[in-house]
Write a protein that binds this ligand. Structure first.
Ligand code: CAA
Length: 262
């Protein structure tokens, strides 16, 4: 039932389920196959009455993820780009909509879509080696998996704008200061720290735990979909530009992009 190519799913006792992203050789970049598997596992977890808390981890020492797969994106036309944005957005929404709280453990890089998925999780735990950024601007686009909507809510509009407009990278300490992560732990203690927290949460009553998630998310439930739709529209518009092609090609060719504002 939980058999995937790019994910490892471990159901532990006491209602904890660990999903580990397992494409270390490519820094866990999210290609379409991995996104489809992630989407599928969230559907199954959401319907699994035995699971009370979900944990996301990476099997890659260097990164939780380097974000969306630019090698795939560079070949996409506008319509395909739109579908790719909608797919990523729908997954972030599933993280929010499944009844179980989701804790993400981040070691190394969490870039682009990595921050976007992390922001949809309930609790984020980093290590002293974690690095975060929304680097889309450097490849000629904007965040397209909900980053324009969720990051601002978590760290405040000023910091989110600075991160998204500049692509700046921040370390775990700054991420903690701005409220992007709940805790920082040593890299070799990440799994232990995340599981300790998961166990504490799993020891509570299911109904109260699930209601707490649903009720807190209600804070922005009524307008998140409108913001996400606007993001897809803007992303799709930008996907048709010269600068998007130039930005993605420049990254893959290891050079600085030459943006022409068109
Ligand atoms: N997609 C595809 N390939 C990627 C990638 C990505 N997102 N990130 C890294 N890679 C590839 C590199 O092209 C390189 O491939 P080759 O070995 O074939 O040359 C390999 O992974 C290793 O990368 P680097 O040589 O760059 O390794 P590094 O240690 O010097 O740097 C890094 C690592 C800091 C993660 C750097 O690769 C990087 O900055 N990646 C950023 C990618 C990025 O911009 N991600 C955001 C994408 S857009 C998105 O996620 C949001 C969305 O809303 C859809």
């Amino acid at each position: 039932m939980y058999d995937y190519k790019n994910l490892i799913v471990d159901k532990l006792e006491k209602g904890i389920c660990i999903v580990t992203f397992n494409r270390p050789k490519v820094l866990n970049v999210f290609n379409e196959d991995t996104l489809n598997e992630f989407s599928d596992v969230l559907d199954k977890i959401g319907n699994d009455k035995k699971i009370k808390v979900v944990v996301l981890l990476s099997a890659c020492e260097k990164a939780f993820t380097a974000g969306a797969d630019i090698k795939e994106m560079v070949k996409m036309d506008k319509e395909e780009g739109k579908c790719f944005s909608e797919l990523g957005q729908s997954i972030a929404r599933k993280i929010e909509k499944i009844p179980q709280p989701v804790i993400i453990g981040i070691n190394g890089y969490a870039l682009g879509g990595g921050v976007e998925f992390a922001c949809a999780c309930d609790i984020r735990i980093a290590t002293d080696k974690s690095r975060f950024s929304q680097p889309e601007i450097d490849i000629g686009v904007i965040p397209g998996w909900g980053g324009t909507q969720r990051l601002s809510r978590i760290v405040g509009i000023a910091k989110a704008k600075e991160m998204i407009y500049t692509g700046m990278r921040i370390d775990a300490h700054e991420a903690f200061e701005i409220g992007l992560v709940n805790h920082i732990v040593p890299a070799n203690k990440l799994k232990e720290a995340v599981l300790t927290l998961a166990l504490t949460m799993a020891s509570k009553g299911r109904k109260a735990l699930f209601s707490a998630k649903k009720t807190i998310n209600k804070l922005y439930e009524s307008f998140i979909d409108e913001g996400l739709k606007f993001e897809v529209d803007k992303w799709t518009e930008i996907f048709g530009t010269h600068d998007r092609k130039e930005g993605m090609n420049a990254f893959l060719e290891g050079r600085h992009p030459k943006f022409k504002d068109k």
